[in-house]
Design a protein around this ligand. Sequence first.
Ligand code: NG1
Ligand code: ZN
Length: 534
Amino acid sequence: MSNPIVDAAQKHPPPERHVYTYGTAGFRTKADVLDSVLTRVGLVAALRSRKLDGKWVGVMITASHNPPEDNGVKLVEPMGDMLEESWEVIGTEMANQPTPEAVLDYYHRIAKEQNIDLRKPANVVVARDTRASGARLLGCLIDGLKASGAEYKDYGFLTTPQLHYMVRCRNTEGTRDAYGVPTEVGYYEKFSTAFKRAMNGRKPNGHLTVDCANGVGGPKLNELYKYLPSKETGLEIFVTNDNVIKPEALNVDCGADYVKTNQRAPPSSKTGPGDRCCSLDGDADRVVYYFKDEQNVFRLLDGDRIATLVASFFGDLVRTSGLADQIKIGVVQTAYANGAATDYVEKTLTLPVTCTPTGVKYLHHAAQKLDIGVYFEANGHGTAIFSHKTLEVIKNYEPKSPSEAENLETLRACIDLINQSVGDALSDFLLVETVLAHKRWGPQEWLNTYTDLPNRLLKVIVNDRNIFKTTDAERKLTSPEGIQPQIDREVQKFRQGRSFARASGTEDAVRVYAEAATKAEAEDLARKVSEIVK
Ligand code: NG1
Ligand code: ZN
């Protein structure tokens, strides 16, 4: 007798001898080997939702900043968080089941082990970015969802953070924690209204050019902008690289990853000195700023800069609203944060810094332990989150003066302006624009806050990256034995030297990061450490 799960798995068989891993960013690889994975992710999503009593879980089809021929898929928890770690293992095991019958057996095994009642409803929200393979992969996913009897809501094209937003909204609808209206219009209305409140009559200083990586962020920004008419807000945005009709242009010579990795503006950029620019990545969950200075030199304002800017602004707002005794702010970084940024937060802003392993889920969890946690990876993934207690304090505080009242109102608006479910390039850039307008800063004033230490990031291809094990938030290698002391000896030879090596979670390589007093020394140190790990 036929079984719908066996049939679905049969319809989308895996290629031979391919091993899949649910990594930092979910499953991500060449799109043409992902069909079977998508069907099985549909099954896992249904199980996860049933495990959580039918709460909505999300499935996003995207490969973010990776090339157009890649694709990927990741699962989103009911409040918009990344998938719980033990379920990453379930995802991996499901993807690697050899036969349709093994898929069915595994499905029932997980249901049994996890005490999942398969008669319960399962609810899944799905969306995708603009990749050419997206429509086909969506079909594979839906076959899996249908086979497991899940209800699903397909939002079509969304940015990754919009999908996270929809999931959180659907699960909080009608409750005290209602996050918003789970529609695209609801998203634009929420963030545009919050932006206008947060600006409170201020106007941005000059225009902003936004490079959308020829990804889904382009059309979505154009839509959002309709809710922020420049006549009313003073926000003048030039949207560039927003061509989604040509999927082969995605992330090519543009986007946040191009800018951060090459430390230069997209070749198509036509901006002049002092013009503010920012670049989103292919699914709009990352943003970096940059500009050309008076000497026409490219200057990057990356995730570290956004974190320091936002943390300093919240520090000011909390103080000027009279809440400094009740609310403590902290910054969460990874080992890739520039040493000068860490120093600036600790010594100038006098705020505590936590360092976590790479991957937003680790930063997010560390930030959840703080009253206000500002977290960003250097590459531009990040956001700020407010604890429940802090939200209550801010909501209930009675200002003692008109100036306290005004600052409190700005703080309250910022809470709505920030996508609390996940880092969101659209919400993040509106926040940066808000802070710059309040501080009356241009990009040069922002850059002047501290001077980055020269640094170098290298990718080293090794035989087996899995032998590289780390401790201390990935800053030290415990295996292979004997390597860390060699790295330490090298680092000591350099002024302001710091270096570490770790296996990438998204690519088959080891990454080596080094910083030192001069560019030449940073390059030299990175090269020496690469020789050691090779
Ligand atoms: P890996 O490949 O594990 O270094 C990269 C980025 C992370 C994060 C993830 C997920 C660097 C050095 N690493 O991780 O920050 O963004 O991809 O996309 O930028
Ligand atoms: Zn992304």
